[in-house]
Design a protein around this ligand. Sequence first.
Ligand code: HDE
Length: 712
Amino acid sequence: MSTKKPAAPKSALAGTDTLDRGNTNAKLDSLEKFRSDATEQALRTNQGVKIADNQNTLKVGARGPSLLEDFIMREKITHFDHERIPERIVHARGTGAHGVFQTYENHSVLTKAGFLQDPGKKTPVFVRFSTVQGPRGSGDTVRDVRGFAVKFFTDEGNFDLVGNNMPVFFIQDAIKFPDFVHAVKPEPHNEIPTGGSAHDTFWDFVSLVPESAHMVMWAMSDRAIPKSLRSMQGFGVHTFRLVNAEGKSRFVKFHWRPSNGTCSLVWDEAQKLAGKDTDYHRRDLWEAIEMGDYPEWELGVQIVEEENEHSFDFDILDPTKIIPEEIVPITPLGKMTLNRNPDNFFAETEQVAFCPGHIVPGIDFSNDPLLQGRLFSYTDTQISRLGGPNFHEIPINRPVAPFHNGQRDALHRTTIDKGRASYEPNSIDGGWPKETPPAAQDGGFETYPERIDANKIRQRSESFGDHFSQARLFFHSMSKHEQEHIIAAYSFELGKVEREFIRAREVNEILANIDLELAKRVAQNLGLPAPKAGTVDVPKISLERSPALSQANLLPGNIKSRKVAILAANGVDGAAIDAMKKALKAEGAHAKLLGPTSAPVTTADGKALPVDASMEGLPSIAFDAVFVPGGAASIKALSGDGVALHYVLEAYKHLKAIALHGEAKQLLDVLKLETDAGLIVGANGKLAKPFIAAIGQHRVWDREPKAKAIPA
Ligand code: HDE
């Protein structure tokens, strides 16, 4: 029998995206690290039989028909035919990472939850970030809300904090969720658009549902195009309860604050990235963890004493409202560090099953009607998504706490339960497993005994009636450039809406009630008549501005893990590259050397420098800043290279820091640019400091009006 082996693939590194990542040693090392468990193991069937030929189906003669008898081929193809599971109805596109959570101190005054007691204790976590609208393969950088779901594997059971990167939601009652999701998802007749809300059904719904006004404002803000998953805040959204050992309960809102600061992409950049690197966010997270730049978030809570429940000008049970940090500051609880990438995307990130109903003693729910509905939905959806009620046995969902009960059988049961009593009480198995009464520590879960005396009704509380004052607060709290981005986003999205009556309704009945100037500007961009002042009597609230809401106030104050492109051609000044690399490294930033092609460049003094990629392979949108070192020949070559010129111009348009060293100054004339706070020219020694300071500002916002003249 002749077994013809196919030729080995040319390069195991060949990616499917359009960005050439370069064939670096680091990459090879990481490939080694993800080596299969099957190393030095024989290829076998699922029944354990060793396979002699994995190339050819069993046939009647070399040119004859295939035989049904070929159990090896049938097993392989059958398994393959069933590889996919239903993707999540919302939040289908996601990426995950492992890490640890450590409390700063003993928080027993607030809660009896064990993982918030001992600062020495490391609680494992698994986090999944996601977009909401698009399917599994959709782009990372679309305008959308991001999911921020954390599973804490505590000794007392799993606690899932299933939040978003925005602190409010579109609707107030769970019964509206299917309507909202049907409206935002791709339209049913042609399944367009993928990954975005710029279409008729979304704007039809939100313009008819004023309770969505506040969240839509967040979705039209820069928060919906985060720079990275590492630079996002996270929010539990709903009000929860923390309960201590004495049974004292307090209301809390959960917050995650990244040590990386909170910042966003610019819109043109986000759109380009969605095409050029669909995996931009997941790649950034993956690479940061591989490089040891472990992302960190501080978990904190806003605490409201029970007796103060009604002391705000909104209802704390209404999920379309924030509690401004200026009114109730955040109390830090502890820190989460993500330090390990998953071994297998499907087994971990795809199969992880979050549920807001997974809580531990010391944490409890509030009566927020959105939260109450969620408590039902998540387990229900896993039953069809993960094929039955035993999804808690999948390794990524298994608690580290032991679990025993009388639940038995069902699809995909993997536990082999011993004993004969699967009921309680029993006397056959000694009565085990038995209930645990509530206790100060390590007791059974006890629901907070809130007293409720009311009628059974279908009714929205009057205290949920103000839909505009916090949308206005948000808009007024933004810096000038953030406001301009919001106006541009409404104009862009509504510009894609085909029905003019929907555009007009959003402008006149929603935006005009939030801020007349905002409504006028959007109307102007859409060619609609100037709107009149809104007709809703919006209550005056105690705060006119909340600085904590503006990302302009959320910079990290350092450039740790920022990415800088260094552009070079033959004849480049090698010493300038070394000096800048050294300065950036000292600040924890990462530099990559890019040439006209992937071939090494030769420095002015004749040294061959390997490049990380070609400029075309890693375009400016993959970086935070650009450095062009001098060297007469290099600058002459770059000045005549369209890719290099576009590189600098695009970085300028996206408001990034650019440093031009020595002869590179000539690029100002070639590109007709003027220096500014972030476009810096200079010699060695003088350039690094202002360049680093400019990168630390994230973007040169003052440049924005000028940058508009640069073609995209
Ligand atoms: Fe979800 N949501 N949701 N949601 N949600 C799901 O659960 C649902 C809501 C959030 O990475 C689904 O396992 C209802 C608010 C995240 O696996 C589903 C309502 C917030 C994720 C579901 C809401 C979220 C989901 C789809 C209104 C922020 C991804 C698959 C009552 C606080 C979790 C799944 C992951 C996923 C239902 C509203 C966050 C269908 C009914 C508000 C981060 O069960």
